[in-house]
Design a protein around this ligand. Structure first.
Ligand code: NAD
Length: 292
């Protein structure tokens, strides 16, 4: 491949994703605030840029994999950023989990300068990032997506185009909202059961009707959270960030929430106590509070 790729944000997820791009033969330039991450990428064969501006000027496609919406906004629209330095024809792919309102605002500003943007947040975890088996939810112009699809296929084995710019991000927030809500419901339901005297294995067997779900069967049971293993996985602080983004989106577009607000409060407390543990630590929080 000849398209020159600039990758900004080579952290837990970004580094293994960028290395898959490099292995596929794309010329790759990276930028991050972390010297350690830059050194590792350089050792693997990537070129490192001293500034975002320098990276952008020598790229055909720029990818960001940054923590949160303000990081994306600053990188895209800041004086040293994409808008101010893009060569003509640049495609910008934001793979961070942010909110659709920010994605659309950034995209509109870039479009005014002829820069084409798609949002492509990722599902699944670090192991999948390494194996190139992430799942992507894409928002934005179909033709732009198709232009970068071969590149994205180096990082993901499941790709779904979800509609206009921002829709990938909205889809991602809906997914994570569901996941956090289900884990919270399991934590409280099973804690009630345990304290009322029901054995766990009986609850697993009997609550197999409409209450059965993937989190119950795979994330919490068997052999993970219910056995006291809270290693990440998906860290509490990231789950809290995504729940905050989803509840903020609901507020912005006029969806009154009850459950979402309660789950955010649970994740706030879980993050305070177990910031770097898996978000299924909600179970630990709920059961410890109940003295179970
Ligand atoms: P991370 O914190 O490990 O990595 C982010 C990287 O961005 C860091 O290396 C940091 O130094 C760099 N960075 C921060 N601000 C920067 C800036 N202004 N300029 C340049 N670099 C900057 O986070 P992560 O786990 O890789 O997650 C990245 C995104 O992907 C987040 O939005 C997260 O919610 C999402 N995500 C994470 C997972 C996961 O399992 N970790 C899964 C799916 C999606």
């Amino acid at each position: 491949p000849t398209a020159r790729i600039g990758f900004i944000g080579i952290g837990t997820m970004g580094l293994p994703m960028a290395l898959n791009v490099l292995r596929a033969g794309y010329p790759l330039t990276v930028f991050d605030l972390s010297e350690a991450a830059l050194a590792e990428a350089q050792t693997a064969g990537a070129k490192r840029a001293a500034t975002i501006a320098e990276l952008v000027r020598q790229s055909d496609v720029v990818i960001t994999m940054l923590p949160d919406a303000p990081d994306v906004e600053a990188t895209a629209l800041g004086p040293d950023g994409i808008e101010a330095n893009a060569p003509s024809g640049l495609i910008y792919v934001d793979m961070s989990t942010i909110d659709p309102v920010t994605s659309r605002r950034v995209g509109a500003r870039l479009a005014a300068r002829g820069i084409r943007m798609i949002d492509s947040p990722v599902a699944r975890g670090v192991e999948n990032a390494r194996a190139g088996t992430l799942a992507l939810m894409i928002g934005g112009d179909l033709a732009v997506f198709q232009e970068v699809e071969p590149l994205l296929r180096r990082m993901a084995d499941t790709i779904t185009h979800c509609g206009e710019l921002g829709n990938g991000t909205a889809m991602k927030l809906v997914n994570n909202f569901l996941s956090a809500g289900i884990v919270s419901a399991i934590a409280e339901a099973m804690t009630i059961g345990l304290k009322a005297g029901l054995p766990l294995d009986l609850m697993v067997k009997i609550s197999g009707g409409t209450g059965t779900n993937n989190a119950w069967l795979h994330k919490l049971m068997p052999g993970k959270a219910f056995l006291g293993d809270f290693s990440p996985g998906f860290m509490s602080r990231l789950a809290r960030k995504d729940q905050r983004l989803a509840t903020k989106l609901a507020e912005q577009i006029g969806v009154p929430l009850t459950l979402g607000t309660a789950v955010l409060a649970l994740l706030d407390e879980t993050t305070e106590q177990f910031p770097r543990d898996d978000f299924t630590s909600i179970l630990r929080l709920v059961s410890e509070r109940a003295g179970v």
